[in-house]
Design a protein around this ligand. Structure first.
Ligand SMILES: *Cc1c(COP(=O)(O)O)cnc(C)c1O
Length: 380
């Protein structure tokens, strides 16, 4: 009898460190420094260092990290910000919240990452920044990004919400651009017990501005130099994240080995193609995503078959940003970004989390195989 395999299981992560988590929460309650307390400053320093960045400023969530981070970079009304259509909507929402003009571009069909030649094609005199989204845990090539940014005088703002500690070409996510946004939403590679986010940067002026923006635009108490907002990383969440951070390397490595096992087991199957990993060991596999490319078996049939067998799955993402009703004002239409649109039809995400066992991975692939009746096994 097969066991259920959930899409994510955060309990596996928390159980072994339950006592330390409770202790950290108790200390915050004893100290009573619930807002911008000691644990926030500690976590900001520790996480920025882990990213290879000089400064970290904790905010309420990843979306705020994008909005406030862009604002602190001096990006706003009249500025064009280039970002991929194939991302979670929060990237686009962050740009709009900063008051800038979003310019969407297509992605590479193999890696699902922003297509940098498409970026080059939309550059105008008003282009100020590009947002590489390190999607599914894989970084956009830093060398190509830096080359492009230098050539066109673009600011790089990384959306690293899915890429905690990801690496490529010797760079770590969060250390390539002027600034970067992270999310600590519970299911991210490093997750809080609720919402959380951070802007990391090498630039002290940007860090200082985010600190002011997250705290009503106050440069000191009751002295407001800009119309900011209230978006702070909770001390309780920072305390939890301080306990979890030391495990992140191990958890990411576990994700990587699970992905390798999936890769190996899926290779002989016709009809499914994993999203390409161009960054080797540096991919941190926030999600394990594959494309259902066989005509006779629709993606939805696979999803239903997995669900019937008790296996969780997801679609990241079913509707690309430019076709979401919320952004109709941007006046994009079907056909504008064909690769993003095809991916939206084809992608599905398999269970992926630290602690997922190799027995479970085998079970997921065995069920998947049964759902691909025409798949041919390659003789070994
Ligand atoms: C999760 C995520 C965000 C937003 O983070 P929140 O903390 O949920 O606001 C932004 N961009 C990407 C790519 C994400 O995956």
């Amino acid at each position: 009898m097969n066991e259920m395999v959930p899409f994510v299981d955060l309990g596996l992560q928390h159980q072994p460190i339950q006592a330390a988590l409770e202790q950290a929460i108790r200390i915050v309650m004893q100290q009573g420094d619930y807002v911008l307390g000691q644990a926030v400053a500690e976590f900001e320093g520790a996480f920025a260092t882990a990213c290879g960045a000089a400064y970290g400023v904790g905010v309420g969530c990843g979306t705020d990290a994008i909005a406030l981070g862009l604002q602190a970079c001096g990006i706003g009304a009249g500025d064009e910000v280039i970002l991929p259509a194939n991302t979670f909507v929060a990237t686009l929402i962050g740009v709009l919240r900063a008051g800038a003009t979003p310019v969407l571009v297509d992605c590479d069909p193999h890696t699902a990452l922003i297509d940098l030649s498409a970026v080059e094609a939309v550059i105008t005199s008003r282009s100020r920044a590009v947002i590489p989204v390190h999607l599914y845990g894989q970084m956009v090539s830093p060398s190509q990004l830096l080359h492009l940014a230098q050539q066109y005088n673009l600011l790089i703002f990384e959306d690293a919400a899915q890429a905690h500690l990801a690496e490529r070409e010797g760079y770590r996510a969060g250390s390539v651009g002027e600034a970067a946004a992270f999310s600590f939403y519970p299911s991210k590679n490093l997750g809080a017990l609720g919402d959380g986010g951070m802007v990391v940067t090498r630039n002290p002026r940007i860090a200082q501005t985010v600190k002011s923006l997250r705290n009503y635009g106050a440069s000191r108490k009751y002295f407001h130099t800009e119309p900011g907002t209230n978006s702070r990383l909770d001390t309780l969440q920072a305390a939890v994240l301080n306990v979890k951070l030391p495990y992140l390397w191990k958890w990411n490595y576990n994700r990587y080995t699970i992905a390798q096992q999936y890769d190996q087991l899926l290779a002989p199957l016709a009809g499914v193609t994993p999203i390409q990993n161009d960054s080797g060991r540096g991919h941190v596999y926030h999600l394990y995503v594959l494309k259902a490319t066989q005509d006779s078996v629709s993606r939805n049939a696979i999803l239903e078959g997995l669900a019937a067998a008790g296996i969780g799955s997801g679609i990241h993402y079913p509707i690309p940003c430019h076709l979401q009703p919320a952004f109709a004002d941007l006046r994009y239409a079907e056909g504008d970004f064909p690769h993003a649109e095809t991916l939206a039809q084809q992608v599905l995400s398999l269970p992926m989390y630290p602690g997922l066992s190799s027995v479970q991975v085998n079970q997921v692939v065995a069920v998947l195989k049964q759902l691909l009746p025409h798949s041919v096994s390659v003789a070994v």
